[in-house]
Design a protein around this ligand. Structure first.
Ligand code: DGY
Length: 321
């Protein structure tokens, strides 16, 4: 009998075809993710679950699935939506999709940085609003990248890829990353410093830490106050790494200069959220990994983790070994 799996969203065919070929697959066809209670019902009796960052995967869900559940395969690199301890206790393997989205996410972080520095959104609104009358010597002036300081918090795969891009723009690169050695940082042109120095000296600060109990609210009233009044904060990791109320206050009180966010708390951000009113804020809908090639690779990796897990084999990309 083929293993039974539940796939919580329609993922790219590159992955879905593999799942369908190897498993008895129940696939959620909705545009919105399944509500938690529905997810609990649909996973009952499955051997494997392929899920996304939208799904809350906790002990209750694992109980609802039953003791035959062998693997949870997340189609993302981040897995803060999954109760890892609960899965470990039950002997359930967890897989994720590291590496394949590094460049796409670093590209987006850089696109946001450039867009904020050069006020692209304001320029677009200026034209659409009919305000563009002539070339203006003093209109829409932004910040330079060349020679400016970029502070990278979290010099892992994506942080390093951002540093490589920044080196091409001849930026000075500071990084704060407790698990990285100075030699490793130097390979991407970055100098390791403490968090306070990074925040005080950076013109742009880009966040690349995973969301966990240590990083939740890492950027808060206190840390924002250390930043330059002209500094731009870029977040492409997870919304709750930033205390959003503190960010709103910092942006409206001139404590920092701007923010460019791919991630928010909550997601989606309500259309009437005050942050969306601010001219010095750019927000895009969690699209860091959203390229055709990257999403195909993520779907393929997630499928391979799922299939290995239901077959009782080690996962190609386990969250722990
Ligand atoms: C991830 O993989 O964690 C991203 O946030 C979505 O691609």
């Amino acid at each position: 009998m083929r293993p039974k799996v539940f796939v919580s969203r329609i993922i790219p065919d590159a992955g879905l075809d593999r799942v369908r070929a190897a498993c008895e697959a129940d696939i959620w066809l909705g545009e919105m993710p399944p509500p938690y209670d529905t997810l609990c019902e649909r996973v009952r009796g499955v051997d494997g679950l392929l899920c996304t960052l939208n799904d809350r995967i906790d002990a209750g869900l694992m109980e609802a699935a039953g003791s035959q559940l062998k693997v949870i395969s997340q189609m993302a690199v981040g897995y803060d939506n999954i109760d890892v301890a609960a899965a470990k206790t039950r002997g359930i393997q967890i897989g994720n999709t590291p590496g394949v989205l590094t460049d796409a996410t670093a590209d987006l972080a850089f696109a946001l940085l450039l867009a904020a520095a050069r006020r692209l959104m304001e320029g677009i609104e200026y034209i659409k609003g009919g305000q563009w009358k002539t070339w203006q010597p003093k209109a829409l002036l932004g910040g330079d990248l060349t020679g400016a300081t970029l502070g990278i918090i979290g010099l892992g795969r994506i942080g390093k890829a951002v540093a490589r891009r920044a080196a091409g723009f001849e930026m000075r690169i500071l990084a704060h990353s407790p698990s990285c050695s100075p030699q490793e940082a130097a390979k991407v042109g970055a100098t390791l410093v403490d968090m306070e120095m990074l925040l005080r000296e950076s013109d742009y600060v880009s966040l690349h830490v995973p969301l966990n109990s240590q990083t939740r609210g890492l950027i808060n009233r206190e840390t924002l106050t250390l930043m330059k009044p002209t500094a731009v904060l870029v977040n492409t990791t997870r919304g709750p790494v930033v205390d959003q109320q503190a960010l709103y206050e910092a942006l409206t009180q001139g404590i920092i200069g701007g923010a460019a966010l791919d991630v928010t708390d909550p997601e989606p951000l309500p259309a009437d959220h005050p942050l969306l009113e601010l001219p010095n804020v750019i927000i895009v809908p969690h699209i860091g990994s959203a390229t055709h090639r990257t999403r195909d690779k993520m779907a393929t990796m997630a499928a391979d983790n799922l299939i290995a897990g239901v077959m009782g084999q080690p996962l190609p990309n386990p969250v722990w070994t």
